[in-house]
Ligand binder design. Structure first.
Ligand SMILES: Cc1ncc(C[n+]2csc(CCOP(=O)(O)OP(=O)(O)O)c2C)c(N)n1
Ligand SMILES: [Mg+2]
Length: 579
């Protein structure tokens, strides 16, 4: 196959000087726009395209399932502010990638899903083509924009539209449909080159209105108990210095949402992470920076927000976000970097510190909660509980603040988020807005590739299962990824029993499973860790060596709770629990 391709190239060398085709134009268009990496799964009609892209110097990473490739692309978008690209085959491959595209859109990560598709003439007459599906129509409601390119001469424009749609304004997922016929379409090489578009200023700054900035500062200044909430939009903005200066100058306590942890260190004196319920309940002015008032913040109302009247200031690039759940008294619409810089500029030289009694209330609550947790993190129980295991991992992350932490699960997610302090921006990546299981190995690959930093993935045993086969991918590319599986024999807990019949309960897995053996099949390092000491040794060795490693951390099956911290979202039967 490879030989034949070489001979054909040699035989048509003269012709190639004048002609180009879809394959080459897509590659040229991607390269012209600085896209250096593609995450995907090969097959008809994109196998040769992947080979040619790889041969041209684009890094093409092959996964075992498109959903994981898609998650890798989505997190590449979050980490780099450039669209992460996922490449799939038609119908089933496209659908597998689509979940990740919808996830990217929901989380506001720029991503482009490029899928090959079958013959339009046959698909549209529903005549039963190979992998027949009207992919464009299906993608449309699930992403920010969707485009199809039918002519080779439109490839440049098609990709330019996809890039702009993905990164401008509120970022999101874009679908680009490339029918099989397009790849082989031949056009004049000069015309082809001229048809390419280099996207200039793909995400233009969106400057906030001066009145909006002033209004927001007036509200913040009048606050008696101010609170700043940083969301992953603030982390995405890569305006870390301006955000830090603004928060510090305001003197207000700040609360980082999960993926905003580390924007300012969790150990910062103003960090109110360990006094979350106090600041949500008792604050009188809340400034949201790149954070939405969705379910993760209980929609800005209800018990956790307390009874006292509250004023919300919101900074977001999307005007429709304002008043989505509660009234926003000071909306500031623009990109986070421009907004925060404008706010900082407007504060002047003598911004008043918030009232001392508020700062003292928050600080003492935080110190009290931290002190309460400390002894639990030091236990050396075997089998481990979550706190014992997280106590050692917390120190490891402190010692390696530039490592990327991937995290998913229920108890494994909620407790890791609470216990492990982050010190640098964009180092914690997790389940995001949907609380989705399955991001783990895709994120680990994407983060390792995009940042070149070591990755520590802390995974519930159920969560891991959604993307577990990608440990072969991690071994194949020899990525510096250490996966720690918190193995409590199941979903939430491994102790559930079926009240009727002999099947296992719906939430339990094989008892005493040895996930560490899986990675050994692919030449990686597997370790079974039954105590915090063993876990610490294994993780340190893995992080030092950079070798793909999977550690089966044996957790007491009774240690977790139903749905972790969000058990209250489970509907209850009005008939009560039947025995
Ligand atoms: C795609 C998807 N499917 C199912 C769920 C429901 N769900 C939430 S957490 C979870 C797994 C929790 O178990 P585990 O990862 O082992 O964490 P543990 O609580 O046991 O530490 C599942 C299946 C989900 N969030 N996303
Ligand atoms: Mg579990």
């Amino acid at each position: 196959m490879a030989d034949a391709a070489v001979k054909m190239d040699a035989g048509t060398a003269t012709a190639e000087q004048e002609l180009t085709d879809g394959f080459h134009l897509i590659i040229d268009a991607l390269k012209l726009n600085g896209i250096k990496t593609i995450y995907g799964v090969p097959g008809i009609p994109i196998t040769d395209f992947g080979r040619m892209a790889q041969a041209s110097g684009i890094r093409v990473l092959s996964f075992r399932h498109e959903q994981n490739a898609g998650y890798a692309a989505s997190i590449a978008g979050f980490l780099t502010k450039k669209p992460g690209v996922c490449l799939t085959v038609s119908a089933p491959g496209f659908l597998n990638g689509l979940t990740a595209l919808a996830h990217a859109t929901t989380n506001c990560f720029p991503m482009i899903l490029i899928s090959g598709s079958s013959e339009r003439e046959i698909v549209d007459l529903q005549q039963g083509d190979y992998e027949e599906m009207d992919q464009l129509a299906i993608a449309k409601p699930l992403c920010k924009a969707a485009f199809r390119v039918l002519h080779a001469a439109d490839i440049g424009i098609g990709l330019a539209r996809a890039i702009r749609a993905a990164v401008s304004g509120r970022p999101g997922g874009v679908y680009l449909d490339l029918p099989a016929k397009l790849f082989g379409q031949v056009i004049n090489a000069d015309a082809g080159a001229k048809s390419l578009v280099q996207v200039i200023d793909p995400a233009p700054a969106q400057i906030p209105a001066p009145e909006a900035v002033k209004r927001a500062l007036d509200v913040l200044k009048a606050a008696k108990r101010p609170l700043i909430i940083l969301g992953k939009g603030a982390a995405y903005a890569q305006s870390d210095d301006a955000i830090k200066s603004f928060v510090e100058k305001s003197g207000a306590p700040f609360l980082p949402m999960s993926m905003a942890k580390g924007l300012l260190p969790d150990t910062h004196p103003q960090c109110a992470g360990a006094a979350r319920s106090t600041v949500l309940k008792d604050s009188d002015v809340v400034m949201l920076i790149g954070a939405r008032l969705n379910w993760l913040l209980s929609h800005g109302k209800g018990k956790i927000w307390g009874d006292a009247p509250k004023k919300f200031i919101q900074i977001d690039i999307e005007p429709k976000e304002m008043d989505s759940n509660v009234e926003i008294v000071a909306p500031v619409v623009g990109d986070i970097g421009s907004c925060v810089s404008a706010l900082l500029g407007g504060m002047g030289g003598n911004w008043p510190a918030p009232p001392a009694d508020w700062i003292k209330t928050v600080t003492s609550k935080r110190d009290e909660n931290v002190a309460k947790m400390a002894p639990r993190l030091m236990n050396n129980n075997s089998p481990m509980d979550y706190h014992g295991a997280l106590g050692v991992l917390r120190t490891i992350v402190k010692e390696r603040p530039d490592a990327i932490l991937v995290n998913e699960g229920a108890n494994t997610l909620d407790l890791t988020r609470g216990v492990i302090d982050m010190y640098q921006p964009r180092k914690r990546i997790d389940v995001g807005t949907w609380g989705v299981m399955g991001i783990g190995m895709g994120y680990a690959v994407g983060a390792a590739i995009e940042t070149g930093k070591p990755v520590l993935a802390i995974e519930g045993d159920s969560a891991f299962g959604f993307s577990g086969m990608e440990i072969e991918t991690i071994c194949r590319y020899q990525l510096p990824v250490c996966v720690v599986i918190f193995n409590n024999d199941g979903i939430y807990r491994g102790t559930d029993v079926n009240k009727a019949g002999s099947d296992p309960a719906t939430t339990v897995f094989v008892k005493g499973a040895r996930y560490d053996k899986m990675i050994e099949a692919f030449g990686g390092v597997g370790v079974n860790a039954t105590s915090p000491d063993e876990l610490k040794r294994a993780v340190n060795t893995a992080m030092d060596s950079g070798k793909p490693t999977l550690i089966n951390a044996v957790i007491d099956p009774a240690a977790g709770s139903e749905s972790g911290r969000i058990g209250n979202l489970n509907p209850q039967s009005a008939l009560g629990k039947k025995k």
